[in-house]
Every structure is written in C-alpha cells, then in structure tokens.
Unconditional design. Structure first.
Length: 190
C-alpha cells in the first residue's frame, strides 16, 4: 500500500552507465558503471531508459536487466532486448538512465548527480565569477561540465579534482582552477 503523497514524489532521470563492447555471442555487454549502487541499479528485472548519444534511433526505449556478473573488475550485463552479438554491438555507446527521487544524493560525498551541478555558479580560485554550469557531458574517458561564460560562450571543463577542486552545493557554486583558454579566453599573442 502506498503512503499518502508517495505517488506525488518527484523523480529525476540520472545516468547510471554506458554500454561498452559485446562480450561473447549471446548479447552480453560490458557496462561502464556510473553509479555507486550498481547492485541496485542493475538488479535482475530493472528497466533502464536508454539514450543513444550518436543521435541514431536505437530501437529500444528501455533495456531490461536479466543477468549481471563481474569479470576482472568489469560489469557484464545481459538485457532481455539484446539477444545476440549483433544487437549488443548496435547498443555500444548507449547511455543507461534510472529514475531516482529528486531529493536523493549519492552516498559518496565526492559524487554528484547531474541535476545537482546544473545551475551552479562557476567561480575561479580568486572568487571571480566565470559563468554558470549548464550541462554535464558524459564522455567515455571523463565527464565534462559545460559552463556558459559571463560573455555568453560555452566552455567545456573536465570534471576532475585538479580543475574543479570544490563543489559547494549549499553555496550554489563550483570552483574552477581556470587555465588560459579553458574558461576565460587566452590572452592574445602580441
């Protein structure tokens, strides 16, 4: 039985992984895990929404987990909709999304959901406002923050501790160790 108001609880969509290369011939794939709760997000029967970042029309709006296992530190997953190597290869690069409560926070204090970062003010180490985080781009090697600069440009900042040493959710800001040409324009050669 649902508790009062539970059906009105706001949920958001978060990226929990990216499908990698096929493993074998029966549709099993490697998964680049992007969640600190893989046992929960990839539980048997879990339905994950898909996003094809290549812009093509991936034929399945969701993938249903039927089996997972760890092999040499890599998550291998079988989805009901991917029945052979050809289907698994077509899924390569697809992002996997799960719905979570809007007020949820990751257990690891160094992890953040996209919705927590988007909208934060971006400042340099001296406190000068650089702009605002407008998106998080999930790359194969690392995530990138898209920062709309004060002069209206979009800059991509690798979301690594060396370049983003502080995320202050309560203060509504991120600190970026800016380098010439990263966010602020590089000085003209002269």
């Amino acid at each position: 039985m649902e508790s009062p108001g539970s059906s009105d609880r706001e949920v958001i969509d978060v990226v929990v992984g990216r499908i990698g290369k096929p493993h074998g011939v029966r549709g099993e794939v490697t998964v680049d895990v992007r969640t600190d709760e893989p046992e929960r997000r990839y539980a048997d029967g879990a339905a994950l929404a898909v996003e094809d970042p290549r812009g093509s029309a991936f034929p399945h709006p969701t993938l249903t987990v039927t089996r997972t296992r760890w092999h040499q530190g890599v998550l291998l997953a079988t989805f009901a909709e991917l029945t052979d190597r050809t289907a698994a290869e077509a899924a390569r690069g697809v992002l996997l999304h799960a719905e979570i409560p809007a007020d949820a926070t990751p257990e690891d204090p160094e992890e953040f959901y996209d919705h927590q970062l988007v909208g934060l003010a971006a400042h340099d180490l001296d406190g000068t406002r650089l702009g605002e985080v407008t998106a998080v781009v999930h790359g194969a090697a690392q995530d990138l923050l898209t920062v709309r600069t004060v002069d209206g440009r979009d800059a991509l900042v690798p979301f690594v501790a060396a370049l983003v040493p502080e995320v202050d959710l309560a203060g509504g800001r991120v600190v970026i160790a800016d380098r010439p040409g990263l966010v602020a324009p590089a000085a003209e050669d002269g």
